[in-house]
Ligand binder design. Structure first.
Ligand SMILES: Nc1nc2c(ncn2[C@@H]2O[C@H](COP(=O)(O)OP(=O)(O)O)[C@@H](O)[C@H]2O)c(=O)[nH]1
Ligand SMILES: Nc1nc2c(ncn2[C@@H]2O[C@H](COP(=O)(O)OP(=O)(O)O)[C@@H](O)[C@H]2O)c(=O)[nH]1
Lengths: 274, 274
């Protein structure tokens, strides 16, 4: 099993932390630990970085490739920040197209992007121009999964409003995000469970690799504040569990099938038609 | 008494809320309530908006002018977002220069900017290119007071680290922020109190006009989350009290004197020298 996950969003939205939390492993290093004392706003373009890791889920080995994009949204002029990222998605399609055309096809290494986690800043207002521009450029090439970053910034009420605004913006701009196919002959329980997951989109998540103690004495992954302790795996506190179910349990195969049977075929058709 | 306060920062950093909280009055309307259903990311340039309000502090009437800058940091290309703001600061200096040169000077209406509250996004990393660019453009024209917005996003540890990073970035770029003059003949108590305020810069603040109930039953201004209640006026929770003391109590006169005797004179000298 392999999963190629593209992770995009402005710096400081907790992306590295969330990826590590999802797979419960220190896969990505937070920027903080790499910073030097001098001018740290020294990104002058978007870079593509790839980190590989092997993890185990329910006794099954998962080969993970995390593609990150430092520099996205960092500059005073971000007009072209989408380009290197789209190029990367395309080059991975091209790589597969080229491998497919060879004689020995049985061992193709699938490097295509299976899902994009796009991190939205928890402003409470509507999507930014940059968010919309980027999602419009990429939504027809990858399975787009929007998440609200650092959702502990928002009260329960604000999360409901914000999700509504985001979904309205997404609808207004004809942006397609990942929706699993609904099979009519699926069992009721599966349909209900899947609906529960998708109803939470965009997922309002928090991430943490720190162990903290709750008021009732449990040791959990979470964040500790003077006014309280927030728990990653508590569905009353955020949608982390739902995101994890989508990515790793319920829809992993579907994300890959949609990439292979629909998004890739679409790219291939357009490319060969030129 | 009058105070002209310039408020700058990206959308959704809680600026309107914080201004209302500082003066305990609904002076600014949050963007949320103005948003329409269609494309809400419709700012294509930085606008200058002015809101006047009369408030009472300790029985003294304060004539407040809040200058806000919707559109700042909103676009995909923010390279020139500082220009309309600098123009506004300059035009207010020009306005005063022109009034000063008339015969009847006794009733000059002082519209000069007395302080700039610059809101920093609580990323936990270092300052963004846009933050640095803007502060470098404006720090020699206004009293710059940097604040960390929505500081409830950061744990106590993260606040300490973040403040250090910000101060290092500010130092590295030779950015001057407001420092009150230390008079050697001031009473010890005053010096100690002032130092306590200034030691907290950049202030990590939260804002709220909502009344919430604390676990021990008090009704306070704050934000209510499933994991706890954060209080605006609790110094264990954030630096709001210190910011308020700086702006309204301890240094209000000094902010105005520094504007009048130093920043304005500097502008005047450079302008007349041309
Ligand atoms: N409030 C809050 N802070 C977080 C969360 N996740 C990470 N952080 C903190 O945000 C800062 C930046 O996190 P990082 O993962 O490096 O963000 P990245 O730049 O997007 O990769 C660090 O100080 C983290 O501890 C979260 O869910 N909520
Ligand atoms: N977590 C947190 N949210 C806040 C704070 N202040 C305001 N908000 C929320 O952030 C959102 C945007 O606030 P607003 O004042 O309109 O921000 P502005 O766009 O900068 O003027 C609203 O949903 C506020 O309730 C704060 O200190 N902490």
């Amino acid at each position: 099993f392999n999963l190629n996950l593209l992770v995009v969003g402005e710096s400081g939205l907790g992306k590295s932390t969330l990826i590590n939390t999802l797979f419960n492993k220190e896969i990505l290093v937070s920027n903080d630990d790499l910073t030097n004392d001098e001018d740290t706003s020294s990104e002058d373009q978007v870079k593509i970085e790839t980190t590989s890791s092997e993890i185990e889920e329910d006794g099954v080995k998962l080969k993970l490739e995390i593609i990150t994009t430092p520099g996205f949204g960092e500059l005073t002029n971000n007009t072209d920040s989408w380009k290197p990222i789209i190029d990367e998605v395309n080059s991975r399609f091209d790589q597969y197209l080229e491998a497919e055309s060879r004689v020995n096809r049985s061992t193709i290494d699938d490097k295509r992007i299976h899902a994009l986690l796009y991190f939205i800043e928890p402003t409470g207002h509507s999507l930014k121009a940059l968010d919309i521009q980027f999602m419009k450029q990429i939504h027809e090439k990858v399975n787009l999964i929007p998440v609200i970053a650092k959702s502990d910034t928002l009260s329960d009420e604000e999360i409901v409003d914000f999700k509504t605004k985001i979904l309205n913006d997404i609808k207004f701009h004809d942006i397609k995000f990942f929706k699993p196919f609904e099979y009519e002959n699926d069992e009721e329980e599966i349909l209900v469970n899947n609906k529960k997951i998708m109803d939470k989109l965009p997922f309002a998540v928090i991430g943490s690799m720190k162990e903290v103690k709750t008021p009732d004495g449990r040791l959990v992954r979470g964040r500790s504040y003077p006014w309280g302790t927030i728990e990653v795996d508590n569905e009353e506190h955020n949608d982390f569990i739902k995101l994890r179910q989508l990515l790793i349990r319920n829809f992993l195969e579907e994300l890959k099938e949609n990439t292979s049977n629909y998004l890739y075929e679409k790219y291939r058709t357009e490319k060969l038609a030129k």
